[in-house]
Design a protein around this ligand. Structure first.
Ligand code: FES
Ligand SMILES: [Fe+2]
Length: 301
């Protein structure tokens, strides 16, 4: 049995609780599956959001129970959180803190590639504290804005990949809480008609630091130069589609900003070599006559 917000509210009302509610709405060019993925993807929380940490208790495909440590100003507020999927287009979670209970219902619908997400916060307490609800709702709204500042770009990134023909494994099978803990999985499905790219540059003109070649997907690479050493990385993380263009370098790897996967270079190229060809994962790098040539289509297999 999975209770709805309405049935929990009526149970709590019988115990003398009173409720007020507020709504938050976002809309963007991505699909329902991207919103479902974003809501059920718990591992991104500690990597992407800066005001919350989470320690998992029980995780199953359609529910998750955990302790959330939420930063509120100078305080850190631990809360038990129970999330569950009502359907592929509705999530629900509930928690309590001090004298308050909070039930949060999120529903989404897609029309013409645009998805609208409506989140309703039901805040309950004994009547004497109803006067404080306005303040708590304003803190909830602030927290929502803070979460969306990081979540909307993730959904939009997947939406922009979809415009280029990409799909994701969870589109048909669903994006269950448990499955999304599998960080080794390759969840991105590249279109079969993606064009390979070619890029060339005088070696002396390749800047120190980052140079981006090709496009921000499998048809491009990120070049990282340090003196005459050039490391070549993909521009897309095949786990869930993050852009690696601005990802931080961590030792010899880059660290994916969404779930922290460490991604090794495809090649390490010595630009001081006279002539050399490197080939791997669908890509080719050639150093020849003071020129650098890069071409191909990144294939993570
Ligand atoms: S998208 Fe998940 S680790 Fe990169
Ligand atoms: Fe998030």
């Amino acid at each position: 049995m999975k209770s709805s917000a309405e049935s929990m509210i009526s149970g709590l009302q019988e115990l003398g609780f009173v409720f007020t509610s507020t709504q938050q709405i976002t809309e963007g060019e991505y699909l329902s599956s991207d919103v479902e993925w974003n809501y059920n993807d718990l591992p991104h929380l500690c990597e992407v959001h800066d005001l919350a940490e989470r320690v998992e208790g029980v995780i199953a495909e359609d529910y998750a129970a955990s302790i959330l440590v939420q930063k509120v100003g100078p305080f850190e507020l631990p809360m038990s959180l129970f999330n569950y999927a009502i359907s592929r287009s509705e999530n629900f979670y509930f928690t309590s803190f001090g004298p308050y209970v909070l039930l949060v219902q999120t529903k989404w619908t897609t029309k013409d590639q645009t998805t609208k997400v409506v989140t309703t916060y039901f805040l309950g307490s004994k009547k004497i504290l109803k006067i404080s609800h306005k303040l708590v709702h304003s803190l909830l709204a602030k927290n929502y804005r803070n979460l969306m500042k990081d979540d909307i770009p993730m959904r939009s990134r997947r939406g922009s990949l979809r415009f280029r023909g990409y799909t994701f494994t969870g589109d048909s099978s669903g994006n269950g809480f448990l499955e999304l803990f599998n960080l080794a999985k390759c969840g991105v499905v590249a279109p079969t008609d993606l064009n390979s790219f070619t890029w060339e540059c005088l070696i002396s003109a390749v800047e120190q630091g980052t140079t981006l070649a090709g496009s921000n997907d499998n048809s491009g690479v990120r070049l990282q130069r340090e003196d005459d050493l050039l490391t070549v990385f993909p521009r897309i993380c095949m786990h869930a589609g993050a852009s690696l263009d601005l990802a931080k370098i961590d030792g010899s790897c880059i660290k994916c900003p969404w779930h922290g996967r460490l991604i090794k270079p495809i090649f390490t190229v010595n630009l001081a070599d006279d002539t050399k060809i490197y080939e791997s994962k669908g890509l080719r790098v050639e150093v020849k006559n003071s020129m650098l040539f890069v071409s191909g289509l990144f294939n993570s297999e």
